[in-house]
Ligand binder design. Structure first.
Ligand SMILES: [Zn+2]
Ligand SMILES: [Zn+2]
Length: 72
C-alpha cells in the first residue's frame, strides 16, 4: 500500500488518507461515504443510510429516532 493511503472498509480499495471519512469503527472513502452514508437531519452526525429512519420527511440517525419517539 502506498504511504498515506488507507483501505476503505466499504469498497476495499486503497485511497489517499485525506479522503478518509471515519464512521464508527469504519474508514470510508469519499465515494463510499457519498453512496452509503448521509448526515442526520437533526444532529448532523454521519450515519449509514441503512440505519436511518424517515420521520416527518427528515432522515434521522438511530439515536435521534429514539429521542424523537421519547418526546412524543
Ligand atoms: Zn470506498
Ligand atoms: Zn441524529
Amino acid at each position: 500500500m502506498p504511504p498515506n493511503h488507507f483501505i476503505c472498509s466499504c469498497c476495499g480499495k486503497s485511497k489517499p488518507i485525506d479522503q478518509r471519512i471515519l464512521l464508527g469503527g469504519d474508514a470510508l472513502c469519499y465515494a463510499c461515504a457519498e453512496e452509503f452514508t448521509t448526515l442526520c437531519d437533526r444532529c448532523g452526525e454521519r450515519v449509514y443510510r441503512r440505519e436511518t429512519r424517515q420521520v416527518d420527511h427528515h432522515m434521522l440517525c438511530p439515536q435521534c429516532c429514539g429521542k424523537v419517539r421519547a418526546q412524543n
